[in-house]
Design a protein around this ligand. Structure first.
Ligand SMILES: NC(=O)c1ccc[n+]([C@@H]2O[C@H](COP(=O)([O-])OP(=O)(O)OC[C@H]3O[C@@H](n4cnc5c(N)ncnc54)[C@H](OP(=O)(O)O)[C@@H]3O)[C@@H](O)[C@H]2O)c1
Length: 371
């Protein structure tokens, strides 16, 4: 028995050493294709690139202007918006993301930005739904640039005529997240009581309006300075979190949409009806729990869910042309307003825009005009 234990111990030790060595070698061998992408472009355009992790490593640089393939459109970007989503790639946090393919030591993908609005410059030969000159908006990798290529059938839609490029660029991630949270995860029904924690941010300002358009009785949680804004978006009740904690009163909600996971799951359960639904949207800031980020809380909700009547879970918004088109229609018909906090005037100001977003108190969306 002693000998068997000794051998098991030795095997585990060897595996640990090999694992450590493998991690060490992978870490130092991991690289980005920064040198290739930034080497003397023949047809240059300006783009924000990051060859190393960290906000201070963002640079506005000349890189090769992309060429669309047969199924793609080439868009001249007129505006882009920033999202908390982006700062995880900028900082490489939570670190677990690096091991999941984002790049161990350096970011694998050196381009940043997703949400955009712009004008189509050229289309691939298989593209029939768009033509040069069309104005579009949506999501694509590398939106912090003068040009981007996007599959024409991807997450892109015609820009509503009544919207500026800045307004249209504010819709994609925040709008789709809010729509899918209300409709697909929360399954909000008319008359239900819905609480939106973080009602005045990018996702929250859309979620309040969408939940209201589904006929819900909406409570928005925000700070004093944003109470009027949240009310003007249609919230029936506003809780000022600087004065009152929603988890400490006796009110119960059918659905809680949580952009700011600043309450424990037992506090959340206390505020839900017995069959209520908790939709965890936000995962905290870039510096919250730098190793595993929101994953600990996600596992906690998954473990808890089967044993209780309430439904608890995290959502991951999915890119969707249909949802983008639906949001465009809602905006066009006046059912949905875009709320823009600040507009930065050029790509060189992307780091400032992200720094402002990181403070965690944006009022609606933060947008960049791309010259
Ligand atoms: N799961 C997904 O698929 C998905 C998709 C998109 C976004 N997200 C996540 O969702 C979260 C929200 O995104 P966002 O774009 O809305 O972020 P955001 O625009 O930066 O949200 C900022 C808002 O949060 C509010 N806030 C800060 N502290 C608060 C508190 N203690 N109580 C209530 N509100 C508070 C702020 O209001 P005050 O100024 O009044 O404090 C501010 O208006 C982020 O964590 C993001 O990563 C997840």
């Amino acid at each position: 028995m002693k000998r068997i234990l000794k051998w098991i111990f030795r095997i585990v030790l060897v595996l640990l050493v090999l694992g450590f060595l493998w991690g060490f070698i992978s870490y130092w061998r991991s690289s980005s294709d920064c040198d290739r992408q930034t080497a003397a472009p023949t047809n240059p355009m300006k783009a924000i690139v990051h060859c190393d992790y960290g906000l201070t490593n963002l640079k506005l640089q000349d890189i090769e202007k992309p060429v669309p393939n047969d199924d793609q459109i080439l868009v001249k970007v007129r505006a882009a918006s920033v999202n908390p989503y982006g700062w995880h790639f900028i900082e490489g946090t939570p670190y677990i993301m690096r091991a999941m393919g984002v790049g161990l030591r350096k970011p694998k993908d050196i381009r940043l930005g997703v949400d955009f609005a712009g004008t189509i410059e050229t289309v691939g030969k298989n593209v029939t739904q768009y033509k040069p000159g069309d104005e579009v908006f949506g999501g694509a990798d590398g939106a912090f640039a003068q040009y981007l290529c996007r599959r024409a059938t991807g997450s892109v839609a015609p820009k509503p005529a009544g919207l500026t490029f800045e307004q249209a660029a504010s819709v994609n991630i925040a709008g789709i997240t809010a729509l899918q949270a209300v409709r697909d995860k929360g399954k909000v029904q008319p008359g239900q009581k819905v609480l939106i924690n973080g009602a005045s941010g990018g996702v929250g300002t859309f979620a309040v309006q969408i939940a209201k358009s589904f006929g819900a009785d909406v409570t928005g949680v925000c700070s004093t300075r944003n109470a009027d804004l949240v009310r003007s978006l249609g919230a029936d009740h506003v809780i000022d979190y600087t004065k009152e904690d929603f988890a400490k009163n006796d009110q119960r909600y059918d659905v809680i949409l949580d952009n700011v996971p600043n309450h424990s799951l037992s506090e959340i359960r206390h505020s839900l009806t017995p069959n209520g639904k908790y939709v965890m949207i936000g995962g905290g800031g870039p510096n919250d729990n730098r190793w595993v980020g929101p994953f600990g809380r996600v596992i906690h909700t998954l473990v808890l869910s089967p044993f209780i009547g309430q439904k608890m879970g995290m959502m991951m918004a999915q890119p969707s042309t249909q949802d983008l088109t639906l949001l465009a229609e809602m905006v066009q018909s006046g059912k949905l307003k875009t709320v823009i906090d600040r507009t930065y005037k050029s790509l060189s100001e992307v780091p400032d825009a992200i720094r402002y977003l990181e403070e965690g108190h944006a009022r609606g969306k933060v947008v960049i005009t791309v010259e």
